[in-house]
Design a protein around this ligand. Structure first.
Ligand code: SF4
Ligand code: SF4
Length: 134
């Protein structure tokens, strides 16, 4: 039929303009991701016992932990860094934590210009998050 293609094209345009939206207008509108989406890691450092299991579970050596012995001889966390640029987002570190101290958060905007900025300080970051009331 003459003009069939044109009508089909116009119907698609019509549905896209007035039908249900199937796309999200990122970055103007942030996607509503589930809380446990593998966006970035978050450490509850008060729960962390610096056992190092998360670091050992990581297949890419992404996690670096610093600790020292307290007066009670218990290990105390003094640093926790994650090279997010090398992270596979596999979640093995989160699953291996015996204290439920490591979590995923849906924040996914990690793009940066310098490679060194892909390293995240979760020890200091945790303090910043606490101050923000997260
Ligand atoms: S998500 Fe996987 S690759 Fe990333 S830090 Fe955890 S264990 Fe390592
Ligand atoms: S496995 Fe959990 S408790 Fe152990 S060092 Fe990692 S985050 Fe801390």
């Amino acid at each position: 039929m003459f003009g069939k293609g044109l009508l089909k094209g116009l119907s698609i345009t019509w549905h896209n303009c007035f039908g249900k939206a199937v796309t999200e207008q990122y970055p103007e509108r942030k996607p509503n991701l589930p809380p446990s989406s593998h966006g970035c890691l978050f450490l509850e450092k008060d729960k962390c016992i610096a056992c190092g299991l998360c670091s050992k579970a990581c297949p890419n050596n992404v996690i670096t932990i610093e600790s020292e012995r307290g007066e009670d001889k218990k290990r105390k966390l003094t640093g926790y860094r994650v090279k997010l640029g090398q992270c596979l987002f596999c979640g093995l570190c989160v699953e291996s934590c015996p204290k439920d101290a490591l979590h995923w958060r849906p924040d996914f905007e990690h793009a940066c210009y310098r490679h060194e900025d892909t390293e995240h300080d979760l020890f200091a970051g945790s303090e910043a998050e606490v101050r923000k009331g997260a």
